[in-house]
Design a protein around this ligand. Structure first.
Ligand SMILES: Cc1ncc(COP(=O)(O)O)c(C=O)c1O
Length: 429
């Protein structure tokens, strides 16, 4: 079981709040660095291993710089993620470009930066050649269709996800044909990529996926007569959002992938294949938290605590019904004898960080620590109701803190509008 211990004390939170008002997301530099070291150690058996951090999970240059220092590359999916990575200093084979329905200018920038380009569809072969060019190494994304099942439980196979309903990737036949055509157009090395299940709490997801992709690679290399140089297991390794969930053991996951590698690729003479990952959630998820203050209470048919953050700052509970653990800082050892809905102020009834959650008695002014927002947290935010995106703070490894993104202001919110006809009036109000 995972222990839900905040990486921030009440005293430190109170100190930061003097500088940066709530709400804000905070990230734990030490936790992130230690975790990346565990990941790299788990896959050290593979000479070319690289974790390409999924920028969409936490697109902040300070975080990306920390990850670069720990040896990570980046996985980008859009023009601005490429630009951000470029600004941090990533280039060439430090970048995977895994996009879909890709706009021309995104593809052109990826090509110009020398990124590993991952084609989501067979029709992208001609598109790539037409708008950019065919690089020496090209990846194709695989979709096996059907449902993806994992391991055996008492009830039978556990269904993890539904690739047949997913818009991503191509069939095996399309991949073989794409590799053949890319080779005719000058590509020399090939990569295979797949993302079959999200937020898996299982040490066998990556090994099972590796087994599928390794056997696919052997077949495809033979059928298309090409050299497969890299296999990208993408993201999908999960984290325990709930205290009753077990943690994934990255060392066991690395060992499981190694077993498949030695069983399938080495005998096929493909022991030079580099293994890549694109873990976002597993890499930074637990090392982020949304810090928010209780600003209202309401007693109607239920007990509500209103906080100064809302779904615009953390969308997962509202759109997926996702659980995020909450700690009331300074009250960790108090009895959880009050049942609350913890809510934000959006005009949306889904704007609830917790429903019927047993927590200690919350007083106005209490600081709440919403766990596990280090991936797909801030980055999924939006501006509904004119709510502004929050600041981001780094809890540095030496215990100090640093503002790594200021909060949006109304000026930012209005920046894309032409206010000249009303400008004076608005700015005076
Ligand atoms: C192509 C690709 N790679 C990697 C990731 C990261 O996934 P996760 O954060 O679940 O590891 C995503 C997430 O959407 C993705 O679309």
């Amino acid at each position: 079981m995972s222990e839900k211990i905040p990486f921030l004390t009440l005293a430190k939170a109170q100190e930061i709040v003097q500088d940066v008002p709530t709400p804000f997301h905070i990230y734990d530099e030490k936790g992130i660095r230690e975790n990346v070291r565990r990941i790299n150690k788990a896959f050290a058996w593979n000479k070319g291993f690289k974790e390409y951090f999924a920028v969409k999970a936490l697109p902040n240059p300070t975080i990306l710089r920390i990850l670069a220092e720990e040896g990570c590359g980046v996985d980008c999916s859009s023009l601005t993620e490429l630009m951000l990575s470029d600004a941090v200093g990533f280039g060439g084979d430090q970048i995977m470009f895994s996009s879909n329905m890709t706009p021309v200018e995104d593809m052109q920038l990826a090509y110009k930066m020398g990124a590993y380009i991952n084609l989501d569809d067979a029709t992208m072969v001609d598109f790539l050649e037409r708008v950019a060019g065919v690089p020496e190494t090209v990846f194709c994304r695989y979709n096996p269709g059907g449902t993806f099942t994992l391991g055996e439980s008492e009830e039978g196979f556990q269904v993890m996800d539904n690739p047949g309903e997913a818009k991503y990737g191509m069939t095996e036949a399309q991949m073989i044909e794409s590799f053949r055509r890319l080779a005719q157009k000058g590509a020399k090395h090939f990569g295979i990529h797949a993302f079959l299940a999200s937020n898996t709490i299982s040490n066998v997801y990556y090994p099972e996926l590796a087994g599928i992709l390794f056997t696919l690679a052997v077949r495809v290399a033979k059928a298309a007569n090409v050299h497969i140089s890299c296999i990208n297991l993408s993201g999908g390794v999960g984290i325990p959002y709930r205290p009753d969930q077990p943690e994934n053991d990255i060392a066991a996951i690395g060992e499981g992938v190694k077993e498949q590698f030695e069983k399938i690729l080495v005998p096929a003479g493909m022991g030079d294949v580099k293994i890549f990952s694109e873990m976002g959630r597993f890499t930074t998820g637990p090392y982020g938290a949304l810090i928010t203050t209780a600003i209202h209470e309401k007693h109607i048919y239920k007990e509500y605590i209103g906080v100064d953050a809302c779904a615009a700052n953390l969308m997962r509970p509202a759109i997926y019904g996702a659980y995020h653990h909450i700690t009331v800082l300074g009250k960790q050892y108090a009895a959880c004898d009050h049942k609350y809905d913890v809510v934000g102020g959006l005009c949306e009834n889904s704007d609830k960080f917790a429903i019927d959650r047993m927590l200690p008695k919350i007083d106005i002014g209490d600081i709440l620590y919403i766990h596990d927002t280090g991936a797909h947290g801030f980055s999924m935010g939006y501006n509904y109701n004119g709510k502004l995106r929050s600041a981001e703070v780094l809890l540095c490894a030496d215990g100090t803190h640093q503002l790594i993104r200021r909060a949006e202001t109304p000026h930012d919110y209005f920046a894309t509008l032409d206010m000249t006809p009303y400008g004076k009036k608005l700015s005076e109000d």
